[in-house]
Design a protein around this ligand. Structure first.
Ligand code: FES
Ligand code: FES
Length: 161
């Protein structure tokens, strides 16, 4: 019989308990069990960043993380960043600045931006470039993503006032 383990963790603020195979990958757990298809998978080798989520607040390629490793921790995904008709500030900034074309990389970029702006509320372009360099976008040429992150910083600072 295949070994199973039980993990308990939080996804976008919601407690979850799951029985999983030790080899279960976090991205598959999120997508297949919770239908969180906003977590995109592409390379599935930890290279492109499409699947970026925040694990205990830190960006991570969820295609390359075993689900058991988030036991007792928190996972944040694009689904927690806003709701249909009520996008969060980082999502609004990407929409406003045209920070996407096909949109496939966008959830990962938005999660990266979210972590960046928590750590550095007023980043310069060099810092933004450095942070988003872990993720691949095949469409935009990146400049509009950089503009979006800068705008997101403004919106978040306005909200914090
Ligand atoms: S799908 Fe996870 S890094 Fe590419
Ligand atoms: S918008 Fe298409 S991959 Fe980035």
């Amino acid at each position: 019989m295949t070994e199973r383990i039980t993990i308990a963790f939080e996804v976008d603020g919601r407690p979850r308990e799951e029985e999983i195979a030790p080899s279960t990958v976090l991205a598959d757990l999120l997508r297949d069990r919770y239908a969180m298809t906003g977590v995109k998978t592409s390379c599935e080798r930890g290279v492109c960043g499409a699947c970026t989520t925040l694990i205990d607040g830190v960006p991570a390629a969820s295609c390359s993380v075993f689900a058991f490793s988030v036991d007792g921790g928190t996972v944040e995904t694009i689904a927690g960043q806003g709701a249909p008709g009520a996008p969060g500030p980082v999502q609004r900034a990407f929409a406003e600045c045209g920070g996407f074309q096909c949109g496939y990389c966008t959830p990962g970029m938005i999660m990266l931006a979210t972590a960046l702006l928590r750590a550095h509320p007023d980043p310069d372009d060099e810092r933004i470039r450095s942070w988003i360099s872990s993720n691949v976008c095949r469409c935009t040429g990146y400049q509009m993503i950089i503009d979006s992150v800068r705008r997101a910083a403004e919106l978040l600072r306005e909200e914090a006032r």
